[in-house]
Design a protein around this ligand. Structure first.
Ligand code: GDP
Ligand code: IMO
Ligand code: MG
Length: 426
């Protein structure tokens, strides 16, 4: 049995989409296990750009099984739109190559309304800066056991009862607490049913299927969304998402045993970005931030928001390595750092007057940490055409080796551009 995991080792947008697409060639099955349409995974193939929000990034490859596990919260309109969009571009999406868990929770229209209403009711510094995709409210309902699952969409009596139960509470909140428009059951039913019908042919018992495929010796790749520092339990709470992008999410979100997992790849940029609010100790000053944003095209793939840019935070990365048992680091976007003649990495924090090397995951406390940097030499030369480790400039090799030395985890693959072939192995 052989399954590997790709997960984000920072605050998301590390380049997971590119890597999953690239790796998919060697796998039979690609599985999304958590998150929702808050994700935006970019895949560049020649002049074509694809952004996957809910579909696994293996979907562009022929003869692969792509699975959306039950830990994902599904925005049916977004997913139906993605399927349609890909089909229009000549990509085959059929019940043979796409399976959606019948037990996955649905993001209902009122979740998106509540997400936006909650955010706009918060004062400046309290705002999370969510994607507005209804993620928090959808997971809330799942955990308070009033969520609607994909299977419920095809059981009219259950669906009507659940929508009524939900609306009696949600409408009260929307009207009396947030002072926004309410919704009717009839409108929700008519709005959601058409998308549910599009998705019905893909519905499956994905837990049974994944375990069957694993037993049959098929190679499985788990595709994380978001990143470890956005994890609801281990991230910079409360400035996090509402799912588990960390390793445990694979087991609970796909329904598999840890025993089938072999490699755990942590995807990390050679620097750091964050979209949305929350502490970011290594955030660059305005000038360097803007320079990095332009060089790295750091704009949200889902919301288009400019991403905040910072220096690589090794304290955070080491925490993520240990937390997830990373077997390998896959370093992306090192080509972007070519703009700097010297590069800083954070090796410690100053916290309450003391030098510390452990990560501070509490969002409020992390604001009180000041980064301590080590400055490494830059290389100031274009890396995008390099295809083997040996040909990298000495300063770039030293940068990579420093990351390995600090984290104790091997950087075994390096990405030097958005295209499939812009990759080098050690
Ligand atoms: P994801 O959410 O982790 O899949 O990452 P995103 O797709 O949101 O953002 C990563 C961006 O960086 C995308 O625009 C990719 O095309 C791009 N990208 C991925 N790897 C590299 C790389 O090594 N170098 C450069 N310059 N761009 C990359
Ligand atoms: P991918 O998979 C980067 C961030 C939001 C916000 C916080 C909570 O593309 O790496 P949410 O809508 O989830 O309730 O927002 O999490 N966020 C992401 N940041 N990449 C993502 O996904 C993200 N998904 C959510 O910006 O700060
Ligand atoms: Mg992204």
């Amino acid at each position: 049995m052989s399954a590997d995991v790709i997960l984000g080792a920072q605050w998301g947008d590390e380049g997971k989409g590119k890597i999953v697409d690239l790796f998919s060639e060697k796998y039979d099955v690609i599985v999304r296990y958590q998150g929702g349409a808050n994700a935006g995974h970019t895949v560049i193939v020649g002049s074509e750009k694809y952004v996957m929000h809910l579909l696994p990034s293996g979907i562009l490859h022929k003869n692969k099984i792509n699975i959306i596990g039950h830990g994902v919260v599904i925005d049916m309109e977004a997913l139906a739109g993605e399927v349609k969009g890909l089909r229009e571009r000549g990509i085959k999406v059929s019940p043979k190559n796409l399976k959606i868990s019948e037990n996955a929770s649905i993001v209902m229209p009122y979740h998106k309304m509540l997400d936006k209403a909650k955010e706009s009711a918060k004062k400046g510094g309290e705002k999370i800066g969510t994607t507005g995709r209804g993620i928090g409210p959808a997971y809330t309902d799942k955990y308070v056991r009033i969520g609607i699952r994909l299977r419920d969409m095809f059981n009219p009596a259950v669906l009507k009862a659940k929508i009524d139960e939900n609306l009696s509470e949600k409408n009260f909140l929307l009207k009396n607490f947030y002072g926004v428009k309410t919704m009717t059951a009839a409108r929700i039913l008519s709005e959601t049913k058409k998308y549910a019908d599009v998705l019905k042919p893909f519905m499956a018992d994905t837990t049974g299927l994944i375990n069957e495929l694993a037993s049959a010796g098929k190679k499985i790749l788990f595709e994380g969304a978001q990143g470890a520092l956005l994890d609801i339990d281990y991230g910079t709470y409360p400035f996090v998402t509402s799912s588990n992008p960390t390793i445990g999410g694979v087991m609970t979100g796909a329904g598999v045993s840890h025993r089938i997992i072999n490699k755990v790849w942590g995807i990390t940029k050679a620097y750091q970005t964050r979209v949305g609010n929350g502490p970011f100790p290594t955030e660059m000053d305005e000038k360097n931030g803007a320079k990095t944003r332009e060089a790295g095209g750091e704009y949200g793939a889902t919301t288009g928001r400019p991403r905040r840019c910072g220096w690589l935070d090794l304290v955070a990365l080491k925490y993520v390595c240990d937390l997830n048992g990373l077997s390998d680091i896959l370093l992306t976007k090192i080509d972007v750092l070519s703009i700097f003649s010297s590069i800083k990495v954070c090796t410690h924090y100053m916290y309450k007057g003391k030098k510390i090397t452990g990560f501070v995951s509490d969002g409020g406390e992390l604001y009180k940490c000041t980064p301590v940097y080590r400055t490494l030499k830059g290389w100031n030369s274009d890396l995008t055409a390099i295809r083997d480790f040996k040909s990298l400039p000495a300063a770039a090799k030293a940068y990579i080796e420093y990351i390995e030395q600090y984290t104790g985890v091997r950087v075994s693959i390096i990405s030097v551009g958005p295209e499939r072939d812009q990759i080098l192995k050690r």
